[in-house]
Ligand binder design. Sequence first.
Ligand code: MBD
Ligand code: FE
Length: 285
Amino acid sequence: MTETIAEQQATAAGSGAAATEQFRARVSAGDVHTDTARVDMLATELLTAAHDIVRRHKVTYDEYNALKAWMIQVGEDGEWPLFLDVWVEHAVEEVAGEHREGSKGSIEGPYYVADAPRLPAEATLPMRDDEKGTPLLFQGQVRSVDGTPLAGATVEIWHADDEGFYSQFAPGLPEWNLRGTVVADDQGNFRINTVEPAPYQIPTDGSCGKLIAAAGWHAWRPAHLHLKVSAPGHQLITTQLYFKGGTHVADDIATAVKPELILDPTPVEGGAGREVTYDFVLDRV
Ligand code: MBD
Ligand code: FE
């Protein structure tokens, strides 16, 4: 069986189950102790907003039952991480980053895996011998808000392949394909060789896909790199970077594009592929 055939067997339930399992390994509801007054306020306001919608739009029993059946299915497909990260996380990220002075952040999404292989400052991400896609040299420097280079900063990077698939969330891909933890040099510099990712389509065969089809929306995120950048004494930043002129940069289904996050790579002179420089500025803790 070739990898291409295996990738075509990616299913909503397969990637949903993996995303649910990954998330559960890192967070459980019991870890979060929110005080009663706060839960009361948030839960009450959320429910009141739902009641208002029902009354304002005269929601019928057929519509209520469709919602109930759909929510049950979201759980069975393991698609709560996908649903929440596509349609809710961007507002949470906006609030979380409100007072940050350094680089802009963006949502984490459902496909992060901690502890990717550690790589030196100049590195090539783990990839297949015949990995498809335009080679991309992504380089830059990690600095503090006052301009100080941050020695030994780490740049965690993960992204989809040239067919839009993420390792560990689609079958047939090597475990750490296109994932790495790059340790910057003593000047905070990094040079990462990878391939440009393809745009990402939300699985069409699961509950999120059903919602998208039923509502007449499109299912696409623009091609993107995911990053978590950190350094001692500084706030970790979770972000994404996009490609100028890429499809769906202007209408990301996940509402996670910001103008500061759009890269404009140039052809590598006398070489293959494209290159781009992007520096990260971290706030102090
Ligand atoms: C992705 O690759 C992603 O980054 C988000 C936020 C949601 C779904 C798929
Ligand atoms: Fe993504």
